[in-house]
Design a protein around this ligand. Sequence first.
Ligand SMILES: Nc1ncnc2c1ncn2[C@@H]1O[C@H](COP(=O)(O)OP(=O)(O)OP(=O)(O)O)[C@@H](O)[C@H]1O
Ligand SMILES: [Mg+2]
Length: 272
Amino acid sequence: MILTARDVTASYPGAEPVLSRATCELANGTRLALLGANGSGKTTLLRCLSGAHKPDSGEIALAGQPLHHDKKSLRNHRRRVQLVLQDPDDQLFSADVTQDVAFGPLNLGLTTDEVRHRVSEALDLLGVTHLADRPTHQLSYGERKRVTIAGAVAMRPDVLLLDEPTAGLDPAGVEDVRTALERLTGQGTTIVLATHDVDFALSWADEAAVVAGGQIQQGPITRILSDTELVNRAHLRQPWQLELAIALGLDSRPRTMIGVLEALSSSHRPTG
Ligand SMILES: Nc1ncnc2c1ncn2[C@@H]1O[C@H](COP(=O)(O)OP(=O)(O)OP(=O)(O)O)[C@@H](O)[C@H]1O
Ligand SMILES: [Mg+2]
């Protein structure tokens, strides 16, 4: 496992825990969709996995090594695990796009040439090379979202944690993000993506983790989204393939539903 959260309890001051002994495991190269209602704890889990939020108890481990929340351990962790926040305005702070994407790599102490190379590679991967010289405050929301992902990609992390990267993007913007994610997966990056879009999740992810009632249920995405009880409990919606199958009166036993999803979602997936 490249990254794990084991038996993690996490809370904010003066409130009940958001996560209670929750476990989530990421094998190398996984594409994991993180699903759950508003306020269920998706962002909290991502913050725990990134080292930004220290759990009350339980363990975060990177490649089997437990994360200690001291400066040195956090530094090493953040170099390999990058979190892209839900709101791009919480993440962008440099005057222009190139400076912003270069910020992380510069902090790694890389040479100017290497930084330049990483920045141009990351901008290209996210399809935002044309924005390189633009002031960040002038960018549209969708442009800012993609620039923040480029900033994380330029760090060449082993694990990329994306908090609702497609929220607020138009269909073409969503497809550009999907293309970038496919390329990152091709390079071996492990990706966790929090989303409310079950159709996107099904067409992109191989696994899903659902946060509900402080717990996490993880498994193959077709199995998780076929679990009507879990989907309802987590206030999710079933993907259109299942809604169609149910509307057509197909046998709704879980095995059949998984079969429907496997058959109908495979056409979305890139081969290889
Ligand atoms: N900094 C904070 N201080 C206090 N409570 C917080 C803080 N951040 C989150 N919470 C609370 O923790 C719970 C989980 O929030 P979290 O942001 O993890 O949910 P989420 O699943 O990401 O929701 P959404 O889908 O709306 O993004 C919520 O009840 C929220 O109000
Ligand atoms: Mg959130």
